[in-house]
Design a protein around this ligand. Structure first.
Ligand SMILES: [Cu+2]
Length: 505
C-alpha cells in the first residue's frame, strides 16, 4: 500500500507545482480586478463544459456562480460590465476585440480609438505582436484634424470616406487625396493634418502603429491647441519662446490660446474646397526609391485579386507592390467573402494577422493549442485526484500532455478586430445576408505562405499515396476521396443556411 501512496503523493505534488508555475508564467492574478476575475471564471466554466464533461445545467450553474461572485464584489446595482449570456464567450476570447476594448477619445467632431497593448488583453498575445498597436480615426463630414506628429511609424488604410492628408517635413509638404482602400505610410515624426472632404460620409482610417522609442508605447505631439490638446510649445518658458520666435511671449501665447476645439475641428465648405486640390508633392519625395513603387499611396481595393471566385476574393498589397511597407515587413490585404460563402481553412506560415471587419457579419473559427493546454492544466489537478480515489496505478504516463486544440469562435460584425497567430488554422464564414469584408494587416510577412488545408492544392492532397496510407491508416483511395473532393480554391460555398443561422444567431 505504502508503495502505491508514495508515487501518488509525488504525483500530486508535481501537478500542484506545475499548476503554480503555469499560473506564475501567465502572471495574471485575477483577484486584482473583479472584471478579470469574472472573465476568468466564465472561461473556466466554458472550458469545463466540453461535451461529456459537464451538462448544460451544470454550465449554467457555474456561470451563475461567477456572476454572483462578481456582483458580490462589485456591490449590487453598480455594475457597468455587460453581463449577458450571449456576450460572455466573446468577452473571454483572447483573440477578439470589440468596441468596449478600445481606449477612446471622443470629441464633438470625431473619435480616436486605440486597442490596449495586446499583452494587456491576454497572456496569449505576449510575443512579437506587441511591437505594434492598432488604432482607428473617425472624422465627421467636413472637418479638420489638427496638425500633430507621433513617435511611431504608421500604416494607414482608409476604411471609408474621402479625405486629404498633408505630410509636413523639413524639406516640404506633400498633400494626398484619400479615398477608401488607400494604403499610406506615414514615417515616424512626420507632422500630419487631415480633412474629411465629404459632406455626408464619415472618414474612417485604420492604423497600424509601430512605436519607435518604447516598444508598444507612443504619444501624440500637438503643436497647435489650447486646452485639449494643449500645444507642446506651452511647455517652454516665455523667455525661450521670445528668443526663438523673436516676438513678445504674450503675443505667442495669445495665438496658441485661440483654438477652442479639440483635436477635430469643423471646417466650412469653402475651406474644404480650398484644401481639396489635386495631389501635390512639394520638396523631396519622402521615399528615397525610384520608380512606381515610390508612390506615396496605393489602393488596396484596386489591386488585381490574388484569389477570386464566385464565393469571394482576396486582394493584397505586399512590400514588393509598395516599397514603403518593406522595412516594417507588413502587408495589407482585403478579403471580400460573398454572402453565404467561406474562406478555406488555412494557416499563415509566418505572419501574425490583425484583421478588422469593414462590413458585414460572419463567423471566425480557429484551432488553438494554447487554450487547450490551458484547459488541461486547469483540470489536471482534479483529474489526478479522481484517479487517486479510484486507486489507478497508471503512474507517470498520466503526466504526458495530450495534443489537443480548442475551438476559438467569434461572431464578426463591423468594427470587430481579431488576431490570427502564425500556424493557427482558421476560417471565416460570411452570413447569408451580406458579404463579409475584412481588412488585414499582416506582420512578419516576408516569405509567408498561406497554407490551404481544404480545397484545391490543400497540403493533404500533396502527400504521396504511401504517406497518406501511413498517416491516415486507411487506403490512399479513401483519403483522396475526401481531400480531393472540393475542387474550388480558397473560397467555397459556406455551411448550409440552417447550420449557419444557428452559429450566427
Ligand atoms: Cu493558440
Amino acid at each position: 500500500m505504502a508503495q502505491m501512496i508514495k508515487p501518488l503523493a509525488f504525483f500530486l505534488l508535481l501537478s500542484v507545482l506545475l499548476l503554480s508555475v503555469s499560473a506564475f508564467i501567465n502572471h495574471h492574478d485575477p483577484r486584482q480586478d473583479p472584471k478579470k476575475e469574472y472573465s476568468e471564471c466564465q472561461r473556466k466554466c466554458q472550458r469545463e463544459s466540453e461535451p461529456g464533461r459537464r451538462q448544460q445545467q451544470e454550465l449554467e450553474d457555474c456561470q451563475r456562480q461567477c456572476k454572483d461572485k462578481y456582483e458580490e464584489r462589485q456591490g449590487k446595482g453598480g455594475d457597468s460590465y455587460p453581463i449577458t449570456g450571449g456576450e460572455s464567450q466573446q468577452d473571454n476570447n483572447p483573440y477578439v476585440f470589440e468596441d468596449k476594448h478600445f481606449e477612446t477619445i471622443s470629441t464633438q467632431h470625431g473619435r480616436l480609438g486605440m486597442l490596449p497593448k495586446f499583452s494587456d488583453h491576454s497572456p496569449h498575445l505576449r510575443g512579437f505582436i506587441n511591437a505594434f498597436r492598432f488604432a482607428f480615426l473617425e472624422a465627421n463630414p467636413q472637418t479638420f484634424v489638427l496638425p500633430h506628429h507621433i513617435d511611431a511609424e504608421l500604416i494607414l488604410v482608409v476604411v471609408q470616406g474621402r479625405g486629404r492628408i498633408s505630410l509636413l517635413r523639413p524639406d516640404g509638404r506633400q498633400s494626398v487625396n484619400l479615398r477608401k482602400g488607400d494604403v499610406l505610410r506615414v514615417p515616424a515624426g512626420t507632422t500630419v493634418y487631415l480633412i474629411n472632404r465629404d459632406n455626408n460620409e464619415k472618414l474612417v482610417i485604420a492604423k497600424l502603429v509601430q512605436p519607435i522609442s518604447t516598444p508598444g508605447e507612443f504619444q501624440p505631439f500637438f503643436g497647435v491647441g489650447a486646452k485639449n490638446p494643449e500645444s507642446f510649445l506651452k511647455a517652454f518658458s516665455g523667455e525661450i519662446l521670445e528668443a526663438a520666435y523673436q516676438q513678445k511671449s504674450d503675443k505667442i501665447l495669445r495665438l496658441l490660446d485661440q483654438q477652442k476645439a479639440e483635436f477635430v475641428v469643423k471646417a466650412s465648405e469653402e475651406q474644404i474646397r480650398a484644401l481639396s486640390q489635386k495631389d501635390e508633392e512639394g520638396g523631396k519625395s519622402i521615399w528615397p526609391f525610384g520608380g512606381e513603387s515610390s508612390r506615396n499611396k496605393i489602393n488596396l481595393f484596386k489591386q488585381r485579386p490574388v484569389e477570386s471566385n464566385e464565393f469571394g476574393e482576396l486582394r493584397e498589397v505586399n512590400p514588393s507592390d509598395f516599397r514603403p511597407l518593406e522595412d516594417l515587413d507588413v502587408s495589407v490585404s482585403f478579403a471580400n467573402i460573398t454572402k453565404g460563402g467561406m474562406s478555406t481553412i488555412f494557416f499563415n506560415s509566418k505572419s501574425i494577422k490583425i484583421s478588422v471587419v469593414r462590413n458585414g457579419e460572419g463567423l471566425l473559427q480557429m484551432a488553438c493549442p494554447h487554450l487547450a493546454q490551458e484547459s488541461q492544466q486547469g483540470q489536471g489537478g482534479s483529474q489526478e485526484r479522481q484517479r487517486g480515489r479510484g486507486g489507478s496505478q497508471e503512474g507517470q504516463g498520466d503526466l504526458q500532455e495530450q495534443v489537443k486544440y480548442e475551438k476559438v469562435e467569434a461572431r464578426l460584425r463591423q468594427g470587430v478586430v481579431f488576431i490570427t497567430p502564425p500556424g493557427h488554422p482558421s476560417t471565416l464564414v460570411a452570413s447569408n445576408n451580406q458579404n463579409l469584408e475584412v481588412i488585414c494587416f499582416e506582420i512578419n510577412t516576408r516569405d509567408n505562405d498561406k497554407t490551404p488545408l481544404a480545397g484545391k492544392n490543400n497540403i493533404f492532397s500533396q502527400m504521396e499515396k504511401v504517406a497518406q496510407e501511413l498517416a491516415f491508416n486507411r487506403p490512399s483511395r479513401e483519403v483522396e476521396e475526401i481531400v480531393r473532393a472540393n475542387n474550388n480554391e480558397w473560397f467555397f460555398k459556406g455551411p448550409n443556411q440552417q447550420q449557419q443561422g444557428r452559429a450566427l444567431e
